[in-house]
Design a protein around this ligand. Structure first.
Ligand SMILES: Cc1ncc(COP(=O)(O)O)c(C=O)c1O
Length: 343
């Protein structure tokens, strides 16, 4: 089966499993797991931040950040199709007591002008803006990379209004691999940022929340405990993360090339609408128009032929390339798409 549903479906490689099996461990609630400490130090140094906190998921990292920067009754500016809006089960409202102020982006990217317009006036009766969240790469936008210049302009708005910024960098490593910009070039503009080890990097579990403010780190540790995310001998998981950081960042470019190849093949099919130039990284979003089958029947037909993808609403579909997808699998997927999607 060629599983293009998500880059979260990867299984740990032999080398990664070996690193996990050999990991030195301790009780991380006591701060005594040397492998967790090493992963956190490595990540913080890589992103030019003072501290990193290992957490079980990207959702937890985002939700800790929202809770850290806000008070109940405040508002967070966030893109309308972001993971925080769509897939975190209303956690920002349920756990932090905040309201999300959606701004609709272009392929998931919002502009400084949109952010400026969304910041609430500081008067005694309007809800107060406490945080600006960006997502890069943007999942629903199609793996879109925020241009650094856009982030800088949004940052200027945030600084002018004294509003902190959080980056949902679940797939920031894809942006880093694609642009070859140093990780700190992105990280410097955010009070907190999260990255996932369990997406393109291929680790089974884990995300990191990074920051400069050590008071925030203390608070984040307490909240992680409150949210049930404190772990014990989690060095076994952190070892997979270290292995991923050491071995799997450079190869993300292969996934990006595969995604482009897939997009170019899809463009040749008469029922498919896609612009391969829109494929920045490893996510391919395309529409199928006027096909005799419904979207769910298209997914089922592709599955029967050996390819898994997701229908993501309306006429749209998403295919994601990753570590467990070889060039031969991409070639085969292209031919399956061309005979299954042709009307
Ligand atoms: C952009 C983005 N942020 C956050 C997450 C959450 O990660 P997790 O599934 O580890 O909670 C995802 C997961 O797909 C994501 O795509």
């Amino acid at each position: 089966m060629i599983d293009l549903r998500s880059d979260t479906v990867t299984k740990p490689t032999e080398g990664m499993r070996e690193a996990m099996a050999c990991a030195e461990v301790g009780d991380d609630v006591y701060g005594e797991d040397p492998t967790v400490n090493r992963l956190q130090d490595m990540a913080a140094a890589m992103f030019g931040k003072k501290a990193a906190l290992f957490v079980p998921s990207g959702t937890m990292a985002n939700q800790l950040a929202i809770r850290l920067h806000t008070q109940p009754g405040q508002e967070v500016i966030v893109e309308g199709k972001s993971h925080i809006v769509r897939y975190e089960q209303g956690a920002a409202g349920a756990l932090a007591g905040v309201q999300l102020h959606w701004v609709l982006g272009d392929r998931g990217l919002i502009s400084a002008e949109q952010v400026e317009a969304a910041v609430r006036p500081k008067d005694p009766y309007t809800i107060q803006t406490a945080l600006i969240c960006l997502e890069s790469t943007h999942n629903n936008g199609g793996g879109t990379i925020y241009p650094l210049a856009t982030i800088e302009r949004i940052r200027a708005v945030a600084v002018a209004h004294a509003i902190p910024m959080h980056l949902d960098g679940a797939r920031l490593f894809n942006a880093i691999a694609a642009t070859t910009l140093p990780p700190a070039a992105y990280a410097q503009h955010f009070e907190t940022l999260s990255v996932c080890l369990s997406k393109g990097l291929g680790a089974p579990v884990g995300s990191l929340l990074m920051m400069n403010d050590l008071t925030l780190l203390d608070k984040a540790k307490r909240l992680r405990r409150m949210y049930g995310g404190s772990m014990r001998q989690s060095g076994i998981l952190a070892a997979a993360g270290i292995y991923a950081l050491e071995h799997h960042i450079g190869r993300l470019k292969v996934d990006h090339d595969h995604a482009k190849q897939l997009a170019r093949a899809l463009q040749q099919i008469s029922t498919v609408r896609i612009n391969p130039h829109d494929v920045d990284t490893n996510i391919v979003i395309f529409d199928v128009i006027g096909h005799r089958l419904s979207p769910s029947a298209i997914v089922a037909a592709l599955k029967k032929e050996g390819v898994l993808i997701n229908a993501i609403g309306g006429d749209s579909f998403r295919a994601v390339t990753h570590l467990d997808i070889s060039s031969a699998m991409i070639q085969e997927a292209c031919s399956i798409f061309s005979h299954t999607l042709a009307n």
